[in-house]
Design a protein around this ligand. Structure first.
Ligand code: SF4
Length: 116
């Protein structure tokens, strides 16, 4: 009786250890195959006019603020705006503090604010 109990405990521990190792190995495999989430950054965008990674609310926010890729006013560019986030090193597009997505340095919107 005692030996049978001892044997079943050993089988339980062996089974638990094996399952744990399988889960651990599976996690490593998934991470190695790109199973982890990848953040979408502005520098990943191929074009500053590519809004394919934005949701409809983000696109609506851009329209609501009157954003245009090319400023109609020769003195009001995004790159001269206080709310502009300059492109990071190696990145093509900047950003704006008011909405998500890529912003052209030569763009503009109705909320343009002079740099202080
Ligand atoms: S507030 Fe308007 S003008 Fe200023 S950076 Fe944002 S989009 Fe460009």
């Amino acid at each position: 009786m005692m030996e049978k109990e001892h044997h079943s405990r050993r089988a339980f521990l062996k089974g638990t250890f094996s399952s744990g190792m399988l889960l651990f190995a599976g996690g490593l495999l998934a991470a190695g195959c790109g199973g982890g989430k990848k953040e979408t950054k502005e520098e990943d965008v191929a074009s500053c006019q590519d809004y394919s990674k934005l949701g409809s609310e983000d696109i609506a926010a851009r329209k609501k603020l009157g954003y245009t890729d090319t400023s109609p006013d020769p003195e009001k560019f995004c790159k001269l705006c206080n709310l502009y986030k300059p492109a990071k090193e190696g990145a093509k597009c900047g950003g704006c503090l008011l909405f998500k997505g890529p912003v052209e340095a030569e763009g503009s919107c109705t909320y343009w604010a002079p740099q202080t």
